[in-house]
Design a protein around this ligand. Sequence first.
Ligand code: CU
Ligand code: ZN
Length: 173
Amino acid sequence: MKTFAWMAAAALAAAGCSSMGAGGGGARAVASLEPTQGNSAHGAVTFTQRGDRVHVVAHVMGLKPGATHGFHVHEKGDCGSADGMSTGGHFNPDGHPHGPQSAAHHAGDMPALVADAYGTADAAFDLAGVSLGGGAPDLVGKGLIVHRDPDDYTTQPTGNAGPRIACAVIRRA
Ligand code: CU
Ligand code: ZN
């Protein structure tokens, strides 16, 4: 019953998306987070174009229990380095400062992940000003990083979120 209700809600949400922008309607992307060297964080993240927004659903495990972890899209889809630094800085094609969703911010800035007592974080949120190939800055092919520490949304240009504990490349699904 619970599952059915969720499916019905999802179907209604999809049906309500009648004003999807040209090119990006319903596009999906996925990212499989793998731990960087010496870390344990891993998980799965999906991105779905909904109108002019991108809906993000993240399920991440192996985090520090109870801790808040900075979470960003980075400019390069390259997890080749052991520390995740190969993804470069935050995805920022518009030259904005680093910040929260409520102010000017990098296209790659996102709400932080909050781990429960078991080190698992489940998050779902919408991003404005980005797309999955719909004209606004495209998240496909970019890097995805989970940080050890909270994002203060103030320190430039990183949010001072510490080392990169998990890395993924965002791929079209
Ligand atoms: Cu980051
Ligand atoms: Zn940023």
